[in-house]
Design a binder for this molecule. Sequence first.
Ligand code: AMP
Ligand code: ZN
Length: 143
Amino acid sequence: MECIFCNIVNRKAEAEIIYEDDNVIAFLDIQPINYGHTLVVPKKHYDNFLTVPPEELNNLIKATQFITGAVKRSVKADGFNVISNNGESAGQTVFHFHFHIIPRFNDDFTFKPRFKNYTSDGMKQYADKIRSTLSKYKDVFNG
Ligand code: AMP
Ligand code: ZN
C-alpha cells in the first residue's frame, strides 16, 4: 500500500527534511498548526504506537527530544506539544507512526476537550479494569 511517509524516506516524495539518521527522519508538517510544526518518523513502517518495537521507540524518542529542543529554540516558542494520534478516532490520518512536535506560544489557542466526571466508584472500576489487563500482559512486557 502507498505510504506518503515511506515515500518521503525513500525520496519518492518531497519534504522539507530537517533531520535524518540511520533510523529516524524528521520533516516539516505540510499543514502546520504553528510554523515549525515537525513530524518525527521511524524510517521503517509501523502503523501506530503499539506496533513500534521498543528499540525503535528508543531511537525515536531520543531523536524527538533532541529535535524538539532545536525547534523550540529556532522559532523562539514558549512551549511545545509532543503528541501522537493513534487510530482514526484519535485523528490519525497517516498510518505510519510519527510524533508531532508543535511549537506553542502564550495565548495561541487552547485544546478544549469535554471533560468527564467519574461516578463515586467509577474511578476505581476503571483502574481495576486496567490493572487486571496490565497484570495479564506483565510477563510479555518484562520479556
Ligand atoms: P496524523 O493526522 O497525526 O496522522 O498526522 C499526519 C500529519 O501529516 C498531518 O498533520 C499532515 O498535515 C501531515 N502530512 C501529510 N502529508 C504530508 C506531506 N506530504 N509532507 C508533510 N506532512 C504531511
Ligand atoms: Zn510508511
